[in-house]
Ligand binder design. Structure first.
Ligand code: SF4
Length: 378
């Protein structure tokens, strides 16, 4: 029996994923009636098209040049997205065809490339967009999705108040290395003789939330996005689709459905009232707290004091660092509704989440490009 990191169930990355409770299905109800979504119907593209009004359309068109740091990041990301896929090698590499070994190999590669969390799931057909941004039908058929997760930089996340000038840069600070990791892994898999496709910001052919659910990265949250027990809402993800034989991870259950039902902090603090205060509802076959995308996107585009908005990410109590005192709370939350209720009350009593950013750690300048001139933003 071979031994070593590829053959044993030891921890591969920075977080103890092996301690999470695994379940057969995601903790929110998913019916069989999930329709594929047209990539042109996402909130940002609808905003750009004018579906949310002329003012939102106008601000959407200058979003990419509004803040110089974000513009710089986008330009680099654009270059990443022009990477051409190499051909699949004609012969398979002489490596074990054991799905478990290959999965651990690819996950370890992800951690080598600075991922914070790696997961694998079968690719649900309904997670593939029906059409891309240009309206071309998407016809892809891969059995597996490798999910790569990277945290937003914690110091800056804490220094930001959630809807200031670092909104978009915080996202792209994660999207850039995610793009490099996804393209590298896809390129490598093709060199081993398997099909692979990198899914990165600006050119996703798949919806990431279903992949995050099925690969055991997180649960559906009230904020309408997937929440991870170690990173909260403060992360971004990319994926590699492949036919390399892999082993799927299972979804996780860390008590979030009950926690979000009781918590409601993001809904109370959302400046656009886009997050519902009430119960989950069914949307396209998914039981979820349905975000009002029009309100969220409109506020983000029209934000006069920053780029985008991530207030929900900023206030969420799950953003506490991975340290023993918070881990103790996480342990209790996973196991008991009473612990969830106490944790929420303690968080409120300490006034956490209501505070703005940590000004002492603010390292960026508030600048705005107005008609091609960089000015001090107000
Ligand atoms: Fe859930 Fe509270 Fe975080 Fe909102 S702020 S996502 S309700 S835990």
């Amino acid at each position: 029996m071979p031994s070593g990191v590829l053959y044993e169930d030891r921890q591969l990355g920075p977080f103890p994923l092996q301690r999470l409770k695994r379940v057969d299905r995601p903790t929110n109800l998913i019916t069989g009636d999930v329709k594929r979504i047209d990539g042109r119907e996402t909130a940002f593209l609808r905003a750009a098209r004018g579906d949310y009004g002329e003012a939102v359309k106008r601000e959407s068109s200058r979003r990419s040049r509004k803040y110089p740091l974000y513009t710089a990041q986008r330009e680099v990301m654009y270059h990443l997205n022009t990477i051409k896929s190499n051909d699949v090698a004609p012969a398979r590499a002489p490596i074990p065809e054991d799905p478990k070994v290959l999965s651990r190999h690819i996950k370890r590669l992800g951690y080598f490339l600075k991922a914070d969390i790696m997961g694998i799931c079968r690719l649900p057909e309904s997670a593939v967009y029906s059409h891309d941004n240009q309206g071309n039908p998407i016809d892809i058929d891969y059995p597996w999705a490798i999910v790569i997760v990277m945290s937003k930089e914690r110091q800056t996340l804490n220094a930001s108040n959630g809807n200031d000038w670092m909104g978009s840069p915080l996202s792209f600070q994660a999207y850039q290395p995610l793009g490099i990791a996804a393209h590298t892994i896809a390129n490598y898999i093709r060199k081993l003789g398997y099909q692979a496709s990198a899914q990165t910001a600006g050119q996703y052919q798949v919806l990431m939330p279903p992949l995050l659910l099925w690969a055991g990265i997180g649960e559906v949250s009230r904020a309408g996005i997937i929440l991870n027990p170690f990173l909260g809402l403060g992360f971004k993800a990319s994926a590699v689709l492949t036919d390399m034989p892999l082993a799927a991870d299972k979804p996780i259950d860390f008590g979030l459905q009950d926690f979000c039902r009781q918590c409601q902090l993001c809904a109370q603090m959302c400046p656009s009232n886009a997050i519902p205060m009430g119960d989950k509802t069914m949307y396209n076959g998914y039981e979820t707290w349905k975000l009002d995308e029009r309100r969220c996107a409109s506020f983000s585009m029209l934000n006069k004091h920053g780029t985008m908005c991530g207030k929900c990410v900023h206030v969420c109590p799950w953003n506490r660092p991975y340290a023993w005192q918070h881990n103790l709370v996480r342990w209790g939350i996973e196991r008991s509704s009473l612990a969830r209720s106490l944790a929420i009350r303690a968080d409120r009593a300490l006034g956490r989440g209501k505070e703005g950013g940590n000004d002492d750690e603010k390292w960026w300048f508030d600048l705005e490009d107005v008609d091609g001139v960089i000015t001090i933003a107000h």
